[in-house]
Ligand binder design. Sequence first.
Ligand SMILES: Cc1cc2nc3c(=O)[nH]c(=O)nc-3n(C[C@H](O)[C@H](O)[C@H](O)COP(=O)(O)OP(=O)(O)OC[C@H]3O[C@@H](n4cnc5c(N)ncnc54)[C@H](O)[C@@H]3O)c2cc1C
Length: 352
Amino acid sequence: MTLAADPSEPPNPPIRTDVLIVGAGPVGLFAAFEAGVIGLSCQIVDILGRVGGQCIELYPDKPIYDIPAIVSCTSRELVERLLAQCKPFDAPIHLEQRVDTVEQREDGRWTVRTQRGLVFDAAAILLAAGNGAFVPQKLPLAEAGPLEKRHVHYSVPRLADFADANVVVAGGGDSALDWALALRKVARRVTLVHRRAGFSAADSSVEQMRRAVDAGEMDFVIGGIAALNVEDGGLRSLTLRQIDGERQLEADHLIALYGLVADLGPIAQWGLTIHGGRVDVDTSNYESSRPGIFAVGDIANYPNKQKLILSGFHEASLALRKAYAYAYPDKKRVHVHSSYDTKLAEKIGAAG
Ligand SMILES: Cc1cc2nc3c(=O)[nH]c(=O)nc-3n(C[C@H](O)[C@H](O)[C@H](O)COP(=O)(O)OP(=O)(O)OC[C@H]3O[C@@H](n4cnc5c(N)ncnc54)[C@H](O)[C@@H]3O)c2cc1C
């Protein structure tokens, strides 16, 4: 499996594939393996900068107990195993690419574009997009919008951008603590602001942060951000609301790491039948109301749907068997059990 070399470079001509998989969560990753088994080429796209979907974004270190034949593993281990399983098929994964528009051509194939200019030419589309594209939870303050990317940030693309600045990092999760600790080495001063004394970050990060505060390397303040104080178009300070009143905190940059929220986003405009933010499917093949577009995993909607990883695996397997008919309309696919599939054994053996 490879990462696209430079996702900002629009390829020319479009990337041709049998199946475009939208979403590199657990179901999208399993689908990449299953596509390979069935004999379909695929490309995977995810808006995030890493694979794993909810497993990595929301509960990486929590144990999972209901994956068949795995008594227990953490969410992160499950994603590592899924990556290892699909590695022999080497499907390219294009990260930080949100799939935006879709058009069906006269020959029945699909042209799909991402917001950063990638274009795919696919016989079928497999939506494994979970609850939609994860986007950062933004500050609920009107003055934050005009300051975005200059003084207010929702991610840290380059540490060097914060050199010698007063930086406030807001949040209590792993990202907030990890970035506050990393930034203390380059910034003039780093203050971590969280609304309570407890954190949802890993215990080891919390301990490291407390040691850094005790050593005078950074500050930690309990409070909520009530206002951003702007002078000459730039951020000068924050007003913090605390139990005993308000206080001002000097800041050149505010990095708000409050976690991610999911938004179905552009897929909602694709002309699919959608209920409750999920795509209606036919459970015989998980095809949506637009033939050739399939929905599997959490994004699929049907009676008694369970948002479980194992349900998504089954759905992907059936959907891809139907997708084969779009990619190879003149070929009849003969099913061979994997235990008797010598080509598959060679492929997996060669990669292992
Ligand atoms: C705290 C917690 C614990 C859980 N525990 C369990 C458990 O023990 N067992 C279990 O079976 N399930 C569990 N689940 C549920 C399980 O995590 C989900 O069912 C599973 O993640 C669904 O996988 P998915 O691949 O369908 O979607 P997701 O994991 O949501 O992945 C979807 C991916 O699609 C990407 N995407 C969306 N829209 C776009 C777009 N337009 N362009 C590009 N990319 C896009 C997203 O960025 C994301 O990476 C748990 C969930 C939570 C929150």
